[in-house]
Design a protein around this ligand. Structure first.
Ligand code: PEP
Length: 245
């Protein structure tokens, strides 16, 4: 059995006050959500307060990005060991917004994934096609060039996020069937490259306009091992509804 992972990607939202008030409301609501892992990824500036607010709870904190070198003259970047030392357990790698606005490629995604694992973080490695009709080609290429380069041991340490870009942010969710088909495709690539057991063990979470109103039917698909949530994770009540499914 794969333990569901419900992860919040706050993107460039919330300052210190917003982070503090989120946890004040969210933590009591999430107390009984023992069936899943909960990860919240605030901005780098709010990691420290998020880590402090969740100390002693089951809620884990993640970063939204990292650089692949450990340290050096890389102005504006943050490394895996720095993120780990700040108290994070996870990091999102290769989100479609990073690919689209910041030039990330399958090759840099692979480097970042390795750097995250080497720092002791769990990378949530994002894949997803821009247009629905390209799903097979894009997933094959992103898997082959971005994930297949991992060693077997490293592959065992990642979570995959399937996020069809057309479903992110604008309210157009993939149907449970479409999402599950894509997850099956990714798992088939994982099986070809890493073997049946590794493919069966890897968690593939879905992201793209997940909300309390559509989450139950998505989660009913055995292929869907949880969610990566943007918009609906900003509100403590709606994110609590997702972790309490
Ligand atoms: C995301 O960008 O990771 C995401 C899933 O966003 P939303 O839930 O807002 O579609």
């Amino acid at each position: 059995m794969r333990t569901p992972l419900i992860a919040a990607n706050w993107k460039m939202h919330k300052d210190l006050d917003g982070t503090t008030s989120f946890f004040k409301s969210f933590l009591p609501l999430a107390e009984r959500a023992a069936h899943c892992e909960i990860v919240i990824c605030p901005s780098f500036l709010d990691v420290e307060s998020a880590v402090n607010a969740t100390r002693g709870t089951r809620v884990r904190i993640g970063a939204q990005n990292l650089y692949w070198e450990n340290e050096g003259a890389f102005t504006g970047e943050v490394s895996g060991p720095m993120i780990k030392a700040s108290g994070c357990s996870h990091v999102i790698v290769g989100h479609s917004e990073r690919r689209r606005y910041f030039g990330e490629t399958n090759e840099t995604v692979l480097k970042k994934t390795i750097a995250a694992l080497d720092a002791g973080l769990t990378p949530i490695v994002c894949l997803g096609e821009r247009q629905e009709r390209n799903v097979e080609t894009v997933l094959e290429e992103q898997f082959r060039c971005g994930i297949a380069g991992l060693s077997d041991e490293r592959f065992a340490g990642i979570v995959i996020g399937y996020e069809p870009v057309w479903a992110i942010g604008d309210g157009e969710t993939a149907t449970p069937q479409v999402a599950a088909d894509a997850h099956r495709l990714i798992r088939a690539h994982a099986k070809d490259r890493f073997g049946a057991e590794a493919a069966n063990n890897v968690r593939i979470v879905y992201g793209g306009s997940v909300k309390p109103g559509n989450a139950k039917s998505l989660m009913a698909e055995p292929e869907i091992d949880g969610f990566l949530v943007g918009g609906a994770s900003l509100d403590p009540v709606s994110f609590a509804a997702l972790v309490n499914l």
